[in-house]
Design a protein around this ligand. Sequence first.
Ligand code: ATP
Length: 365
Amino acid sequence: MSNNTSTSSLQQTPSGNQSPVQQRTPPRKRSPKDFDFFEIIGEGSYSTVTHAREKSTGKEFAIKILNKKHIVKEKKIKYVNVEKSVLNKIHHHPLIVRLYYTFQDSYSLYFVLDLAKKGDLLGFIHKMGSFNLKCTQFYVAEIVTALEYLHKKNIIHRDLKPENILITEEMHIKLTDFGTAKIIESESDNARANSFVGTAEYASPELLNDKATCKSSDLWALGCIIYQLLAGHPPFKAVNEYQTFQKIINLEYTLPDEIPDVAKDLIKKLLVEDPNHRIGADTPEGGGYEALKSHPFFEGIVWEKIHHQTPPELKPNPAVHFEKSTSNLDDEPEFLNENNNELYYHQGSTDFSKTDPEPAQDNTN
Ligand code: ATP
């Protein structure tokens, strides 16, 4: 019987023998024609996110459509490229939004992403007022799991906040929005990441004082999120950004009785001015992720395969009355549109030298 294996699918070794390593056919490039587009599920400052289904597989996705002209006009090319390269550096983490394909046509860039059907964590905070300790523990443990992975890969998120934590149909998180993330190339980079986009309430003291961010700046934001989930409002919130910044710089926040003691202790260890001293920081004082994950706040959490566990049923903190959830604001909050709660610091930015981004690459295997 003849061996009918095609030699084209096998590599020749120098000795002329066939290697069992099969050559891979390059993945087929997708295009908008491969998808059915349904309703718009969200809008960003320079993008529209649409629910879509791949025709050949029936698989559902969220497709982020970015208008090329608008990106160039608004000088956002750098952010789009950063988002793409960070997402490509993340290999299928179950708690981080996955980028499946990118492609473009004359008008738009398309990012095909995991679909998170239940919106974002902020939506749930608005709906429930707050989370009880059990729910807070679980969702914070998922956030910590995603952050630990990112930090191991030398990625700083730099805009960690409830809006950027999407929720899947199964009620697990998918961390998103990597347009302002930073890939650390060297140790000095870690100490100083000079261009930043973030959100006032979650900005760290080192950002405001030194215009510098590091991995531990994400841990500061984590402390703000734990506080917000349990109390219903973030720890540093004032009538305007300037006053919010003053509160952050002066570490001016109170821990209300509604927050259980075990959570108060963790928040106090995260909302520390010196980033090296925050629990979880990769320093002798911070103890790394081991110290963070073994804090009593996480007692009962099984860290392995947390994304396969059944999330607890969402319940509000019984100590927080819904109408009390914004009660520590100094005044009515200023109206915030989609962008005006964001800070833009561009120091010597080399943004947008190109008029058109490099062609998106299909990143499937
Ligand atoms: P900006 O660009 O102004 O920072 P953004 O980062 O929120 O805003 P997008 O990433 O374009 O902008 O997302 C816009 C909205 O679309 C989000 O607020 C969210 O509600 C929704 N969205 C984004 N990605 C997904 C996804 N993968 N699944 C479901 N909804 C999503």
